[in-house]
Design a protein around this ligand. Structure first.
Ligand code: ATP
Ligand code: MG
Length: 356
């Protein structure tokens, strides 16, 4: 079988992004040849440092190369300046727009031997809802009033529910391939507040229901949950969730809340996904407090690389990385300081490479 060559853009960004993205590259390179995958890497720039050097946080060249040449990308982190800097805006937000990466996917998982094992993924719509940023302030006799538009469309709701269904099926495939799991079958939970917002969240809910009624998803169980009661259950009974699909704002809040369940930001991956393109991105930021010390936990990035591979239909390769990371965590001998260990980034990477 001819090897498939994947061309991956590497965007380390700022802070510990520069320490963890090279680890992502090495893990991809270490995948066994028997998987039939080859990688080519393209180094690309974005971030606050790039902004200071070039005047652009996201140079056109970065977008062009990703669009024209790459199958996927790994993005490290960008530091968010504490006060607004003229001309600077987040490059990852711009990238999501320019590449129409409409889904933000965040798996949250503990090892299976944890006292309370968790294995869920939050699929957040990433193009609309309150984040269309159409706000206005006006004066009234009683003082100022501010308003914001919450926009929900059938198109965006349908495609996010569809990708949630596909993710649920893919997770089931990975389980069927032998990955141990706490779940019996695929389940999608649709989150909304349609009891109050009957038009906007109501449209999200009915559209998501319709999309998931497609015969392709006949083996996927579908349920709904009002977002406030979901937060309660997420903390009391997180093992009950497999795939959660949510509009932008609820998804934003739920995914940070869920990340808190697993102990360290250094463990949680994400992917920004569009049609045929995915950018893996660790959930953490640039962590200026630990940068340059060689102690950043690389696992969020390694899992992000695996997640990117899932969306390139390389499930077996993804499973290899997940298994190696889980084995490292389960053994618990070489852990970085955020997990209570003393291992350096390099030692954690070496251990995972050895297992691959
Ligand atoms: P930014 O403005 O870039 O988001 P931040 O100061 O908010 O930076 P985060 O990166 O969001 O920092 O991290 C929050 C906390 O979690 C910090 O104390 C940081 O050291 C820690 N942390 C984040 N990522 C990691 C990691 N990969 N390994 C170890 N600790 C981490
Ligand atoms: Mg932060």
């Amino acid at each position: 079988m001819a090897a498939r060559t994947l061309r991956i853009g590497l965007i380390p960004g700022d802070g510990i992004g520069k320490e963890v993205i090279p680890a992502g590259r090495r893990v991809l390179e270490a995948l066994p040849a028997s998987l039939g995958l080859k990688f080519e890497f393209v180094d690309l720039q974005a971030g606050f440092e790039t902004f200071e050097q070039t005047g652009a946080a996201l140079p056109d060249k970065t977008v062009e190369v990703l669009k024209r040449e790459c199958d996927g990308a790994l993005f490290g982190a960008v530091s968010s300046p504490t006060k607004a800097v003229k001309g600077y805006s987040s490059p990852i937000v711009a990238l999501r727009k320019k590449l129409d990466l409409y889904a933000n996917v965040r798996p949250v998982k503990t090892v299976l031997t944890a006292a309370k094992p968790i294995d869920m993924v939050i699929v957040r719509e990433n193009t609309e809802d309150l984040y269309v940023k159409e706000e206005k302030t006006f004066d009234t006799p009683e003082g100022k009033v501010a308003e914001a538009i919450k926009r929900i469309s059938q198109r965006a709701s349908s495609r996010i529910a569809t990708i949630a269904g596909e993710i649920a099926l893919r997770r089931q495939n990975i389980r069927a391939a032998g990955a141990p799991s706490i779940h019996q079958g695929p389940l999608v939970t649709i989150t909304h507040k349609s009891n109050v917002l009957s038009q906007t969240d109501g449209l999200f809910r009915t559209t998501a229901r319709e999309a998931l009624a497609d015969p392709r998803f006949k083996d996927v169980a579908v349920e709904e949950q009002i977002v406030d009661s979901m937060v309660y259950k997420l903390f009391r009974q997180p093992e009950a969730y497999d795939v959660i699909v949510a509009p932008n704002l609820y998804g934003d809040i739920l995914s940070d809340g869920a990340a808190a369940l697993v102990g360290s930001l250094g463990l949680v991956p994400s992917a920004n996904v569009g049609e045929g393109f995915a950018i893996g991105e660790p959930c953490h930021g640039s962590a200026p407090d630990i940068m340059g010390q060689g102690i950043a936990n690389p696992i969020a990035t390694l899992r992000s690389a695996a997640l990117m591979l899932e969306f390139l239909d390389e499930e077996a390769a993804a499973a290899k990385i997940y298994a190696a990371v889980d084995a490292n965590l389960e053994e618990g001998r070489l852990l970085s300081p955020d997990l209570g260990g003393t291992a350096k980034t390099e030692e954690v990477v070496q251990d995972i490479l050895r297992r691959i």
